[in-house]
Design a binder for this molecule. Structure first.
Ligand SMILES: CC(C)(COP(=O)(O)OP(=O)(O)OC[C@H]1O[C@@H](n2cnc3c(N)ncnc32)[C@H](O)[C@@H]1OP(=O)(O)O)[C@@H](O)C(=O)NCCC(=O)NCCSC(=O)C[C@@H](O)CCCCCCCCCCCCC(=O)O
Length: 701
């Protein structure tokens, strides 16, 4: 073999075409190895190219040409072979990989399908059943699994390129017909139709309105039932539909948002690339309720040793029993051989004196948290980072009771903390860049999507949730039922509507917060206006009636006893709402799903604009990542701020104005930023950051 180097500064596709052509023409070349540069085979198509017209040689004919070559061609896979990268490898006659390589067809996660023959070649190679799994989930597989599935011919711990060269030399001259996947039949189980139907219904249920998983099944049905050329035609047709769908744009935006938020910056100018993070090896978690336990597991899974502290003996005993089992289960799910972290349980706060970082996860009560922070400040070594898992309390107030307020940040996890991907890293005015960098890096080590956000009540996620919940309650007062509201939201793509979600998390959570805010409780007058704003006492009255949600077996729905999970509508709630309306002289009216979506979602989006205006979030991507990873916003709709752009900012403004002008629907006053964006011609979401910065410079916000 002669080695031809693919030059990186020209299009990779052009490079491959040219190099293969030269190799074909060169009589000295008996076989060909395609490899990547710098130890990475190929991560697939450049997603940014999808936004404009494609240039350079198209992928599909290029792969066909490689497959048709009459000298053996092997792909030497190091690093990754994803998407178009794996499709290129499937066009080669052989595939040799390094043991650490990762393979997959993740196009479905970008709103696409493997559109360069992958949907037709992979099932011909590994069979329909396995291909359905890989293509509809987009999951990555290790080299070992790929070898077992039959995607790879050989795996090595040594140099994959050297092995591939040796390998193709050894097979030079052998017939290649059986190695051309496009010529092979697709191995299918006998009950192929019932398998496809079953997978289709599973996919529809799981995808909540996403188009790509459904198109993937359709493409695989074509692979199973049609000759290759017709299958490719179907693949192209489905790809064209997906390609031009708003969902593909939303999912590709979500891919980049996830990466944008990692490049955080603070209003002070500190940012990910000018701040140094400390590497944490010893941490402590204070409070072993649901959140604390999850955080302990998340830390331990990264190999950090954790001191888990709980002062209540009963809770400590239960946590000592439950946490190791949780760790074992999660390690198993992640295919980690043994959970690497070491956990020690204690009832003594003194035991955290040697750790480098503490996460407080006690009850959501400011006076209790202040007490804990004061204590920590006296127990911990100087320089220990003190973090709070508060879901919305003032980080600055906590920092104020310590000697080093710069070392205090919020680390707001989402339940279950060892599973949910989102982490809000909350910086106060005094938090140091080092503290933020350390919390962000720790989040990354835990596999979280960390988003740096400013300090305000509820931070980003919960601050936006408030007007959303408020509108949902107002809709009940006006005539909707919890089922109607939930159905509209679930149809939109949320895994759970707002009332089912409240039942799951417990109605008492918000009740406690409202009591602390003086909005309800003894001595507060039972009116529909509180602290000068419209207020719905409905959720408080539910709590007063003992209906706290799933845990009491009754909430906005009824369940089969406490802890039950299947929500059924409850005639009690209908009577409760009717009585309430009658008491307050409200006449129920018919409310459309459109109004439900506008009132709930536009309220949430409007608060998102306020948050951007206040610089609590650095950009719309931060808000969108928070909602996609922490609040069940359907990923194929990009996130609330992306969705606003899709709907049209002018339309959102017009509908907010419309609802706001209604005498009994307050709290929907459009944000100044939204107005300014509309006045500026509604620039695309990718331009908002720049726009906000300019407006701020000119003091327009
Ligand atoms: C590769 C990774 C695993 C690396 O992870 P790692 O953690 O190491 O690094 P990062 O994730 O932080 O990434 C670093 C850096 O790189 C950027 N990036 C990564 N991948 C891509 C990409 N694919 N494109 C663009 N940019 C990428 C990332 O943003 C970071 O940039 P930054 O500036 O922040 O530093 C990991 O990155 C990863 O998983 N990547 C994605 C892998 C993937 O999903 N691949 C599939 C891509 S889609 C594809 O391959 C499609 C194919 O099926 C071929 C399609 C054929 C097209 C045919 C067209 C027919 C269409 C018909 C249309 C008809 C139109 C009409 O008729 O109108």
């Amino acid at each position: 073999c002669t080695r031809y180097v693919l030059v990186k500064n020209t299009s990779v596709r052009q490079g491959i075409v040219d190099a293969v052509q030269r190799a074909l023409k060169d009589p000295k070349v008996t076989s060909v190895v395609i490899c990547g540069q710098n130890g990475k085979f190929c991560g697939g198509a450049d997603i940014r190219e999808f936004a404009g017209p494609m240039s350079g040689p198209p992928l599909v004919p290029m792969i066909h040409a490689i497959e048709a070559v009459d000298k053996p061609v092997a792909a030497a896979i190091e690093g990754v072979a994803l998407g178009g990268g794996l499709e290129l490898a499937l066009g080669c006659h052989y595939r040799i990989a390094h043991s650490k390589a990762v393979l997959g067809l993740p196009e479905v996660t970008l709103g696409l399908l493997p559109g360069a023959g992958g949907s037709q070649r992979l099932p011909r190679l590994i069979g329909l059943t396995a291909a359905l799994d890989l293509i509809t989930t987009g999951r990555h597989v290790s080299a070992a699994e790929a070898l077992k599935l039959g995607i790879l011919d050989q795996v090595t711990d040594n140099n994959a390129v050297d092995l591939a060269v040796e390998f193709v030399r050894s097979v030079a001259g052998q017939p290649l017909d059986s190695r051309r996947l496009s010529t092979l039949p697709c191995p299918c189980p006998p009950d192929v139709d019932s398998l496809l139907d079953k997978v289709m219904s599973k996919v529809r249920q799981r995808s909540r309105g996403a188009l790509a998983p459904v198109a993937c099944v359709q493409a695989l049905r074509a692979a199973a039932s049609l000759p290759y050329a017709q299958g490719m035609e179907k693949e192209r047709e489905l790809m064209a539909t997906l390609f031009n769908s708003g969902q593909a744009r939303a999912l590709q935006y979500a891919f980049f948002s996830q990466r944008v938020v990692g490049k955080w910056s603070l209003p002070s100018g500190a940012s990910w690339d000018n701040s140094t993070a400390r590497t944490i090896s010893k941490a402590a978690v204070i409070g072993l309720g649901t959140m604390g336990r999850g955080i302990v597991v998340a830390l331990a899974l990264t190999g950090i040793s954790v001191v888990a502290v709980e002062t209540q003996e009963k809770q400590l005993a239960e946590a000592s029993r439950v946490v190791p089992a949780m760790l074992q289960r999660e390690a198993g799910r992640r295919r980690l051989a043994t959970p690497p972290g070491v956990i020690s349980f204690s009832s003594n706060l003194q035991d955290v004196s040697e750790v480098e970082l503490v996460i407080e996860a006690v009850f959501e009560d400011m006076s209790l948290k202040l007490q804990v922070f004061k204590h920590l400040a006296s127990v911990c070594r100087p320089g220990t980072l003190l973090c709070s898992n508060t879901s919305g309390l003032d980080i600055d107030q906590l920092a104020a009771v310590t000697q080093s307020p710069g070392l205090v940040v919020g680390m707001h996890f989402f339940a279950p903390a060892h599973v949910m991907k989102l982490l809000e890293v909350v910086y106060g005015p005094r938090s140091s860049p080092e503290a933020v960098a350390t919390a962000m890096q720790l989040g990354k080590r835990m596999g979280k999507v960390g988003v740096a956000v400013g300090n305000c009540p509820g931070f980003v996620g919960n601050r936006m949730l408030k007007p959303y919940l408020e509108q949902a309650n107002f809709l009940l007062e006006e005539g909707a039922t919890p089922q109607q509201v939930d159905e509209a939201l679930e149809e939109f793509g949320f895994p759970m509507g707002v009332f089912r979600m409240s039942d799951l998390s417990g109605l008492d959570v918000g009740w406690r917060i409202r009591k602390e805010a003086g909005l309800t409780g003894p001595g507060v007058e039972s009116t529909r206006t509180r602290q000068g704003r419209r207020y719905s006492p409905l959720p408080d009255q539910m709590c007063e009636a003992g209906r706290l949600g799933q845990k009491t077996g009754k909430g906005w729905y009824q369940y089969d006893g406490p802890g039950g999970r299947v929500a059924r509508s409850d005639p009690w709630v209908d009577i409760f709402l009717e009585t309430y309306r009658a008491e307050h002289g409200l006449v129920a009216r018919s409310i459309t799903p459109e109004e439900i979506l506008e009132r709930c979602l536009y309220a949430l989006i409007n608060e998102g604009f306020n948050i951007l205006q206040d610089a609590v979030a650095a950009g719309p991507e931060d808000i969108d990542a928070i909602y996609v990873f922490g609040y069940g916003w359907p990923r194929h709709r990009g996130g609330p701020m992306f969705h606003a752009g899709q709907v049209g900012l002018g339309r959102i403004l017009e509908r907010l104005n419309h609802h706001h002008s209604h005498p009994d629907v307050p709290h929907l006053k459009p944000s100044t930023l939204l107005r300014r964006l509309v006045a500026a011609g509604s620039p695309p979401v990718q331009k908002w950051r720049e726009f906000i910065n300019k407006e701020r410079v000119h003091s327009q916000l």
